[in-house]
Design a protein around this ligand. Structure first.
Ligand code: FES
Length: 138
């Protein structure tokens, strides 16, 4: 069920629901060692994400390529019944906290639409696509 406009403005009042944070581990930045997969920017971002304290509603899932390769690093938020968001242009060394903060807000929405004013700046600038929920997936 979608949240009312009033609730969207105050997500702190909404219980969080499980969601997935997909992170591309194969994204590269200029200067990355092409022969060392663990040194790639996406792998570094994934390592930074899993080094943060775990949030029980956020499942971090490493994936190989989100088809946003020209806008490295890339990640996505998804959950049943919610809009899926894909983000790019995420800085490998700083994006972990940004993504986790954004994911927590996403988990607190009923439909996946984080109020614009509450979105971290990197997620406002880095949004690549949003995809509607599958019918019957709520
Ligand atoms: S390699 Fe990361 S999106 Fe393609």
């Amino acid at each position: 069920m979608a949240l009312s406009t009033e609730l969207r403005d105050d997500l702190s009042a909404v219980p969080a629901a499980p969601m997935r944070l997909y992170v591309c581990t194969t994204c590269r930045e200029a200067g990355d060692d092409a022969d060392d997969p663990a040194a790639r920017a996406g792998a570094r971002l994934h390592a930074a994400l899993i080094a943060e304290p775990a949030d029980p509603v956020i499942t971090i899932v490493p994936v190989e390529c989100l088809s946003v390769c020209t806008r490295s690093c890339a990640a996505s938020f998804a959950a049943p019944g919610k809009w899926t968001y894909v983000y790019g242009d995420l800085p490998a060394e700083q994006a972990a906290r940004i993504l986790l903060d954004g994911a927590r807000l996403y988990a607190q929405t009923g439909d996946g639409l984080i109020p614009w004013k509450q979105r971290p700046a990197a997620l406002k600038k880095g949004v690549v696509a949003r995809v509607p929920p599958l019918p019957g997936a709520a």
